[in-house]
Write a protein that binds this ligand. Structure first.
Ligand SMILES: Nc1ncnc2c1ncn2[C@@H]1O[C@H](COP(=O)(O)OP(=O)(O)OP(=O)(O)O)[C@@H](O)[C@H]1O
Length: 241
């Protein structure tokens, strides 16, 4: 459903993405792990249409994305700090995409109420964004994205600002709604545990070079992901008890 071929991007003389290729199937979540500065955000911005690539092809459901402006791609980009309209209620933030598409009012009411119920936000429908916690705000951002049924969801460290428990809850909620709505996503994270929790496919991006793993076991075993060394650490802790 998404095919990226030989994508290249430089900022001035600095190469940021080098010949990046990837494939994503319908309903899959590609977890992209990588250290800071590796080019993850740049990759997502190019897919969203917020940066132009120097070279390479991008096809989503057979359609060339390169000539399309961001608002015609049906791609939603979500990052750490959810961008909500501060003057609109939770309900109206989620309803926004339907209203600009002139969906009839009874349909808006029904769809938004169902989405708020799914995200456990019904009790907060009349609040403004500043009256919510970080996790709640991120759930509103999800609702706003999902209600327009995007073809591709791009998540850039979306739970990075949340405490560990809220982050774990949000990972489960993300898995639930992305399965429920059969959404295809690319989920960028610094955290290998988060990558293993949310991903159905795995890749590692470092210094502009993307490695895709055929199997989860290959991702786990690659020393760059740090998973084997972490496991060794916890085994040594266990052995000393
Ligand atoms: N608009 C820009 N102009 C110049 N250089 C940029 C620009 N955007 C990003 N870069 C550079 O490109 C490189 C990759 O940045 P990018 O934000 O894609 O990395 P990242 O993997 O998402 O990092 P992080 O995990 O810290 O967000 C960095 O060296 C950054 O300084």
């Amino acid at each position: 459903m998404l095919t990226v071929t030989s994508l290249t991007k430089r900022f001035g003389s600095q190469p940021v993405l080098l010949n990046v290729s990837l494939e994503l199937g319908s309903g899959q979540v590609l977890a992209v792990l990588g250290r800071s500065g590796g080019g993850k955000t740049t990759l997502l911005k190019i897919l969203a249409g917020l940066e132009a690539p120097d070279d390479g092809q991008l096809y989503l459901l057979g359609q060339d994305l390169r000539p399309l402006p961001p608002n015609e791609r049906q791609v939603v980009y979500l990052y750490q700090e959810p961008l909500l309209f501060p003057h609109l209620s939770v309900f109206e933030n989620v309803a926004f995409g339907l209203r600009i598409r002139r969906v009839p009012e009874p349909e808006v009411q029904a769809q938004v109420t169902a989405m708020l119920a799914e995200l456990d936000l019904l009790d907060h429908a009349r609040k403004a964004p500043h009256q919510l916690s970080g996790g709640q705000r991120q759930r509103v951002a999800f609702g706003r994205a999902l209600i327009i049924r995007p073809r591709l969801l791009l998540l850039d460290e979306p739970f990075g600002n949340l405490d560990a428990q809220t982050r774990a809850d949000m990972q489960q909620l993300f898995l639930h709604v992305s399965r429920q709505h059969q959404i295809s996503s690319i989920f960028v994270t610094h955290d290998s545990r988060e990558a293993l929790t949310v991903g159905s496919r795995f890749a590692y991006l470092e210094a502009g070079q993307l490695t895709s793993f055929a199997a989860r076991a290959d991702f786990v075993q690659d020393p760059r992901t740090g998973i084997t060394s972490e496991l060794a650490f916890w085994r040594s802790v266990e052995a000393q008890r």
